[in-house]
Design a protein. Structure first.
Length: 295
């Protein structure tokens, strides 16, 4: 008798990756669309120098504030720079800041969260009070304080976003670790004399992978928004580096009526990237989270 594997099972996904891909597209069309958009934007960012028709800093003063046309697909900005080119190079800025910041925040936050849940009540109380103090500040306000203190640069913006995301990661990791510690296999591991490090490495951390993956996809969108907000306020990526937030700011106050493409097109690009990560994160959560969809 031939046993048919459930397409939701891990074995089926590993044995038939292409079938799983088709199943994913069929059952999670929004998530598949979000993933396809993210991959497309990532590829565009890798080959930006070959795709973009101009250099991102190149100015065409005689064509400043030109509407979209055959020479300038998305029009030009106040300095005559090609908006299509700067949108393409802005993808790299958004993805770099978002992915690097979220990755570092996830590693640090997960480590501290697990430590808080496993090293005893006294350490847990101290760490959580510190987290409460940091989370008392709204995310954008905290990022503004950090960037204003250390100066505007891509590195400092990345640090600010990382610090903003770490407390949220700690809370999620701690909650997951406390839940996993109540499972019977943890009790069995303790009974046979497994060391705390082995329990964390072999039992707690592997069972948190699902939550960590979902966390990554969800926080990237938040990181991109924070970076764009800082740039909009003049405290983000310093000019003339392309940043979608700064592009929106450059046209929002003086040229929204006369040259709306300067603000609208970067805003649409930012929305597309953030929504794509949201759709992909929801789809991954529905597939991987055993409490939503049993494997």
């Amino acid at each position: 008798m031939k046993i048919m594997l459930n397409p939701k099972s891990l074995n089926w996904r590993l044995k038939y990756p292409f079938r799983f891909l088709f199943w994913f597209i069929k059952t999670k069309p929004l998530g598949a669309m979000g993933g396809a958009i993210i991959i497309t934007l990532f590829i565009i960012s890798l080959f930006a120098s070959h795709i973009a028709p101009y250099h991102p800093f190149e100015q065409h003063i005689e064509n400043r504030l030109s509407p979209p046309n055959s020479d300038f697909l998305f029009g030009t900005d106040t300095f005559g720079r090609d908006l299509f080119t700067r949108i393409i190079y802005g993808i790299s800025t958004a993805l770099y800041v978002g992915l690097v910041s979220v990755s570092i925040a996830t590693i640090i936050g997960t480590s501290i969260g697990i430590a808080s849940a496993t090293l005893g009540k006294r350490i847990d109380i101290i760490l959580q009070r510190v987290v409460d103090g940091v989370m008392a500040f709204p995310s954008l306000v905290l990022a503004l304080i950090i960037v204003a203190s250390f100066g505007t640069s891509t590195f400092n913006v990345g640090i600010a976003i990382t610090i903003v995301l770490i407390p949220q990661t700690i809370r999620l990791a701690r909650a997951q670790a406390l839940r996993i510690q109540t499972e019977t296999y943890i009790t069995a591991a303790i009974a046979i004399g497994a060391s705390p490090f082995r329990i964390i490495w072999r039992h707690i951390l592997p069972n948190m992978v699902t939550s960590i993956v979902v966390l990554l996809t969800g926080f990237v969108g938040e990181a991109v928004i924070v970076e764009a907000s800082l740039s909009f306020l003049g405290l983000g990526i310093p000019p003339p580096q392309p940043s979608w937030g700064r592009m929106i700011q450059e046209g929002a106050f003086l040229y929204l009526e006369t040259a709306p493409w300067i603000t609208i097109i970067p805003g649409l690009a930012l929305s597309l990237l953030v929504v794509s990560f949201a759709f992909l994160g929801d789809a991954i959560r529905d597939i991987l989270d055993p409490h939503i969809q049993p494997l």
